[in-house]
Design a protein around this ligand. Sequence first.
Ligand SMILES: [Ca+2]
Ligand SMILES: [Ca+2]
Ligand SMILES: [Ca+2]
Length: 146
Amino acid sequence: MALSRILPLSLALAALVPAAAQAAPPTKRTFDGSQAIERMEAADTNHDGTVTRTELVTYRNGEWQRLDRNGDGYFSADDLPRFLRDRWNGDKLKQMRDTYDRNRDGRISRAEFTSGPTPAFDMADANHDNRVTQAELKAALAAVRN
Ligand SMILES: [Ca+2]
Ligand SMILES: [Ca+2]
Ligand SMILES: [Ca+2]
């Protein structure tokens, strides 16, 4: 496998992991939620400064293409390159499964991922209108950094 094919996945995983950590149950307090909130800006696909829940789901659908590399509809150890496969049972991916694998079959289905928990969005959407504005995003960032 060419290195150029492997690197984008490692980057995708690196980008993904903070979101998974952010999505962990509230009892785990050690993560830095600021990364997950910063990444939410990328979900503003029409660039109007507001991230809607619909945009977030669209964004997750895009992320899914990078996770389910073998296209079988599940994110599982099979989707990791061999040299990364031991990370499947590492803390970060385990935490991701704890968050998204609702039926506890040890893998994450497309539906489990795209309609899974959205803790960063929920936290930032202070007035609960299913839209996160720039001001709300900034306030959420300030809150997690303090
Ligand atoms: Ca938008
Ligand atoms: Ca797969
Ligand atoms: Ca599952």
